[in-house]
Design a protein around this ligand. Structure first.
Ligand code: URP
Ligand code: ZN
Ligand code: ZN
Ligand code: ZN
Length: 505
């Protein structure tokens, strides 16, 4: 066999094990064709010497916002996907977003294809954000999306006035998705609680960015998460609650999982590393706290972070995604939209933070690869589950992406050996299109040395940086998702399961 690429002298990590040092990866035609020892090379074979470093599957970031109308100063496909590969992410799943007045999803999808086609450094797929789930859309368009367009997941919002759906709509969406083997992703915050608090804060003149974190208390997330789980249980549908930040909400997920309900959870780097203190901004510039405004908000106490780290370690979280939702800070259409007539107004600040590039390194730096067993937050196989394998399974890329095994796409992250990859995160090393990072100044214990996408080296940290080409990234038609946690048709509370047969279609 003539390989195009051989990666030798590395230590391969999968979602279940760390393979012995010295196994080599042979790549042909963009796929992993074998893993073995002493693989033959020819003068035409590209050889990477990993120098003893760990090799993990290319990152899959399943929560990325690019080129959405509601964040005009954020990243487009070029800058967002470039940022992804420079941080070890080879696949992103971004959003195609319906606006409420749009009666068909098809033109929306074409629009997102036009914004991304031949403009991506990494492979990518779409989730659909549904804001107006009409019968036509649920019964006629979703099947086309799932079966022809490779879009097998939707996201819906329980909050945000222009986007939110009510409980009945939520149920209808879950039922439609369940029939098609699609996953329903839910942004869970209680909209009315938040609206009430915002009105009170504004009436009292409490409008600086920090009050964003007061406006969206944990209980708003807790209540909505429990409600989402209950609605899903009623109709026996798999769900994933996105960007979770609350211990109590996470506890609701955990309880559902122990009952084998197919309830999945996601958390994000900013909830594990940052506290609401950041939203206070600098002593002489409170408004700079706007850089840390996202929803749910950063939480107040170190114990909040500790609780989420337990969920990372114990399996409650299924995926670890960036929720890359950038807006420029110092730009007329960016975060400074939150200054109205010279007065800070937190409720007008675009929500979301950038993070697609820093995600992999932030979590890897907390693994047993970088810390002693006492200090490490998680093992390497768990790192691989959270950053790649589970997203591939859940979102219909299983068998193609998310593992290092024969037949899979040759998507790899080769880390630096030992402590050679140490660095400090700063805006000027990043490749996104916005003007700050919320992780400025954080010390990383490693950073991807090489990112390999379908057998091509697209990132070489010490040898030229971004080597990939913008048109190399391919659109991924995804298959049906697998339920990673629990099962459908499982046990429900009391008589629910028996009773369903009387009414469920
Ligand atoms: O603050 C956030 N997360 N904004 C982005 C949109 C979303 O809710 O995911
Ligand atoms: Zn959201
Ligand atoms: Zn002030
Ligand atoms: Zn998001």
């Amino acid at each position: 066999m003539d390989f195009d690429l051989v990666v030798k002298n590395g230590q391969i990590v999968t979602a279940s094990e760390i393979l012995p040092l010295g196994l080599e990866i042979g790549v042909k035609g963009g796929k992993i064709s074998c893993i073995g020892t002493s693989l033959p090379t020819t003068p035409a074979t590209k050889v990477i010497d990993a120098e003893g470093a760990y090799i993990t599957p290319g990152g899959i970031d399943s929560h990325v916002h690019l080129a959405q109308a509601n964040s005009p100063t954020g990243d487009d496909w070029e800058t967002g996907s470039r940022s992804a590969i420079a941080g070890g992410t080879t696949t992103i799943i971004a959003f195609a977003s319906q606006e409420r007045h749009e009666e068909s999803l098809m033109p929306v999808l074409q629009d997102y294809h036009a914004k991304s086609r031949a403009q991506s450094y990494c492979d990518y797929g779409f989730h659909f954000i549904l804001t107006n789930p009409t019968k036509h859309i649920l019964q006629e368009e979703l099947p086309i999306l799932a079966e022809e367009e490779g879009i097998t997941s939707v996201k819906l919002y329980m909050t945000y006035e222009p986007m939110k759906v009510n409980d009945r709509e939520l149920l209808e969406i879950m039922l439609a998705c369940r029939k098609l083997g699609m996953t329903t992703m839910i942004h869970a915050e209680n909209s009315d609680m938040i609206a009430l608090i915002i009105e009170g804060l504004e009436a009292n003149g409490n409008t600086e960015p920090f009050f964003h974190s007061i406006a969206r208390p944990r209980i708003a997330e807790d209540e909505a998460s429990y409600r989402a789980i209950s609605l899903a249980e009623l109709v026996d549908a798999p769900i994933l609650i996105v960007h979770m930040s609350s211990e109590t909400a996470m506890g609701h997920v955990r309880k559902a999982q122990t009952r084998l309900l197919p309830v999945h959870a996601e958390t994000c780097p900013h909830y594990l590393f940052l506290l609401s203190e950041e939203i206070k901004g600098k002593p002489h510039d409170h408004f700079s706290g706007a850089k840390h405004v996202c929803s749910p908000p950063l939480r107040h106490h170190a114990e909040d972070l500790e609780a989420l780290w337990r969920g990372i370690a114990n399996g409650t979280f299924t995926v670890f995604s960036s929720d890359h939702a950038p807006s420029k800070y110092d730009h007329p259409g960016g975060k400074k939209l939150g200054i109205v007539d010279g007065i800070p107004r937190f409720a007008k600040i675009p929500n979301g933070v950038p993070g697609v590039e820093t995600r992999m390194s932030l979590l890897f730096s907390q693994t047993e690869a970088c810390l002693s067993p006492d200090e490490a937050r998680l093992g390497l196989p768990r790192f691989v589950q959270l950053t790649s394998t589970n997203a591939a399974k859940m979102y219909g890329l299983g068998g193609v992406k998310g593992s290092i095994a024969p037949g899979y796409d040759a998507d790899l992250v080769i880390w630096h050996p030992g402590n050679k990859g140490e660095c400090v995160i700063s805006q000027n090393m990043l490749h996104h299109g916005v003007d700050y990072t919320p992780f400025e100044g954080m010390k990383m214990r490693n950073w991807p040395r090489y990112t390999v996408l379908r057998g091509q080296i697209v990132w070489d940290k010490d040898g030229g940086g971004v080597l990939g080409e913008m048109k190399y990234g391919e659109y991924l038609k995804r298959g049906k998702g697998q339920v990673v946690v629990g099962k459908t048709g499982g046990r429900a509370h009391g008589m629910l399961e028996n009773e369903r047969r009387y009414w469920m279609q």
